[in-house]
Design a protein around this ligand. Structure first.
Ligand code: NDP
Length: 291
């Protein structure tokens, strides 16, 4: 069994981006990071994004509207960032406080600055295999993890657990694409799938993104499977200072001995999401500068 090291691979991507950005004449790429409220996970995610941007040489503009901001005001803020030629990418940290319509805010972001890839136009471009669009960061990170671990999906059966617009569906679309590294046969499973273990046992590559702690057990996979565990779940652990530990959607201890390759949680898909956000920001900069 080989561990797919997301920290190492994300580090490679960050180093490549840093070299690329150093070669840009004129102003540096810029990402606007919008965080509303003090949700501790959001605070830490935005800090991580800011830190990674700085490491690459991407400028970040941190915008912290008051938690009392209304929908119209927030959308006006997005409009002003859309119209600001010095901003290449816009990220609105999810979740927004109750009362704000998150999907309306995401839709408001101009498609060419939608570095999270949540705008319907970018999802459409993904379906059409139009490379001028932006793929959602976590699924794009999954494809990088596979490619850089020497896994060619061509002809393989990829089973995706979960059909969310942020992970499951775009991951399935990327694996299905008619291009090098992809060309998989794809099955998407969800909460209404009957006999899930019969599906997952067919997987050459299993992508688990359901948000259920250690759900995928050894009896649900075939020997030699490649496992990408997207899940981030907290389980109570009194031995930890925090009182919890993070586990994936896969029972790592049971499944890893059967797998040919597997991502750990943490340290697998997680670091890739931020790296791909930065990659999308550099792409937005390049597209707007005709490079
Ligand atoms: P969602 O809750 O949006 O979607 C979960 C999907 O899993 C749904 O399609 C749901 O089915 C399906 N599902 C839930 N329970 C089961 C079950 N028992 N059997 C089969 N299918 C099931 O989650 P996300 O896609 O946003 O996230 C999934 C996981 O990935 C979470 O743990 C999240 O924290 C993590 N995540 C990690 C990221 C990273 O950077 N590593 C980034 C984003 C997410 P249905 O549609 O029928 O309800």
């Amino acid at each position: 069994m080989e561990l797919i090291d997301g920290n190492r691979i994300a580090g490679e991507i960050i180093a490549e981006l840093k070299a690329e950005v150093a070669g840009f004449p004129g102003r540096r790429p810029c990402i606007a990071l919008v965080r509303v409220g003090e949700d501790p996970a959001s605070v830490s995610y935005v800090r991580k994004k800011e830190k990674t941007a700085a490491e690459i040489g991407i400028e970040s503009r941190i915008i912290l509207p008051p938690v009392s901001i209304g929908q119209a005001e927030l959308e006006e803020l997005i409009d002003s960032l859309n119209n600001d030629a010095a901003v290449d990418g816009i990220l609105v940290q999810s979740p927004l406080p109750k009362g704000l319509d998150e999907s309306a805010v995401f839709r408001r972001i101009a498609p060419e600055k939608d570095v999270d890839g949540f705008n319907p136009l970018n999802l459409g471009k993904l379906a059409q295999e139009d490379d001028t669009g932006f793929s959602a960061c976590t699924p794009a990170g999954i494809m990088e993890l596979l490619a850089r671990s020497g896994v060619d999906l061509s002809g393989k059966h990829v089973v995706v657990l979960g059909r969310s617009l942020i992970v499951g569906k775009p991951a399935a679309l990327l694996a299905l694409q008619k291009k090098a590294g992809a060309n998989a046969t794809v099955t998407i499973c969800h909460s209404r799938t009957s006999d899930l273990p019969a599906m997952t046992r067919q997987a050459d590559v299993l992508i688990a993104a359901i948000g259920r702690a250690e759900f995928v057990k050894a009896g649900m996979v075939k020997p030699g499977v490649v496992v990408i565990d997207v899940g981030i779940n907290r389980v109570a652990d009194p031995s930890k200072k925090t009182g919890y530990r993070l586990v994936g959607d896969v029972d790592f201890a049971g499944v890893a001995p059967l797998a040919s390759k597997i991502t750990p949680v943490p340290g697998g898909v997680g670091p890739m999401t931020v790296a791909m956000l930065m990659k999308n920001t550099v792409k937005a900069y390049r597209l707007s500068h005709g490079r």
